[in-house]
Design a protein around this ligand. Structure first.
Ligand code: AHR
Length: 310
């Protein structure tokens, strides 16, 4: 049979487009915006019918969105969980409805691993370790005999990247007893909170602060403003280490205000579309797909900026 209006494609070859329900964390950072764009663009290219829901950093909104995807009988549910715990019930509902679930960017902590098919995203513990290794080397070269007071801006409380980036960093810096985290607080992965919390750190510790470790570039960029307003030089008076590798971080490095960014790629859209198609077709997929990433110190920022895709 020839389908009218579709050239010579036989009807059997015209499978209905795949419908994916995707629940996004929010729009809290430059990284997240790039991640959303990557997913929307890739869905368009793969002719996927994407149902996109923004949870505004709230778990209850994500649970509502997942329940609505189940009610709409989508083919695949994908989501980036704002926090790690509290997913068992809703994921059991998806399983009972026979809808496969794919995790992107962040993972969940559930009692039954069969509640999701695969997890596509970065190794956040390794990102924390990379940040820590860069700092150990920097201290070794520049101030091997001094005490190093670090303040830490954590991501969203209970989120995978906040837990893991803290863990990886602490694990590595433990090798040098001179390095000490003197203050650590969440700034929710946003610029405005990054500035606000850094202001409080500066008020409490002043010139005692030698290093800022920020769990993402947006918080570091917010903190840079606070440091400048306090009359100090970011990148010099306070060494700044952050994570993501967004364009804003490269610009800050070129301006001499940020020392290094550890890459975390948000460009997960094409992989997600491929894996979702495989899962829907019943093809086996790896349980874990780890994103490949690098480390970019300020010295390479000007050369690398034109190559950055986000
Ligand atoms: O889960 C990835 C993290 O979430 C990114 O590092 C951060 O910028 C985002 O908001």
């Amino acid at each position: 049979a020839i389908a009218a209006g579709f050239g010579s494609l036989p009807l059997a070859a015209m499978a209905a487009p795949l419908t994916i329900g995707f629940s996004q964390v929010g729009a809290e950072s430059e990284w997240r915006t790039a991640n959303t764009m990557s997913i929307k663009d890739a869905a368009k290219k793969a002719r996927v019918n994407l149902k996109f829901a923004d949870a505004q950093q709230r778990q209850e909104n994500q649970i509502k969105a997942i329940r609505s995807f189940i009610a709409q009988k989508v083919d695949v549910i994908a989501f980036s969980p704002v926090v790690e715990t509290g997913w068992d019930t809703v994921l059991r509902e998806a399983k009972a409805a026979k809808i496969p679930v794919i995790l992107t960017d962040r993972t969940v902590n559930v009692s039954d691993e069969s509640l999701y098919v695969t997890f596509i995203g970065s190794d956040f513990v390794e990102e924390g370790r990379r940040a820590g290794r860069w700092l150990l080397e920097h201290v070794k070269k520049n101030s091997p005999d001094s005490a190093v007071n670090i303040v830490e801006l954590q991501g969203t409380v209970g989120s995978g990247p906040a837990i893991d980036r803290k863990k990886g960093f602490e694990e590595v810096i433990a090798a040098n007893k001179k390095l000490k985290i003197i203050r650590s607080q969440t700034a929710e992965f946003t610029r405005s909170k990054g500035k606000e919390v850094m202001e409080a750190f500066l008020k409490a510790e002043g010139k005692k602060i030698n290093v800022l470790y920020a769990h993402n570039d947006d918080m570091a960029i917010g903190a840079i403003q606070a440091i400048e307003e306090a009359g100090l030089k970011p990148g010099k008076d306070i060494v700044i280490v952050s994570i993501d590798g967004v364009k804003g971080a490269f610009e800050a490095m070129i301006a001499g205000k940020l020392n290094v960014t550890v890459e975390c790629s948000p460009l997960l859209g094409p992989q997600l579309m491929k894996v979702a198609a495989d899962v829907a077709a019943g093809r086996p997929v790896p349980r874990r797909i780890v994103t490949q990433e690098g480390v970019f110190p300020a010295e390479v920022a000007a050369k690398e900026l034109p190559n950055r895709k986000y």
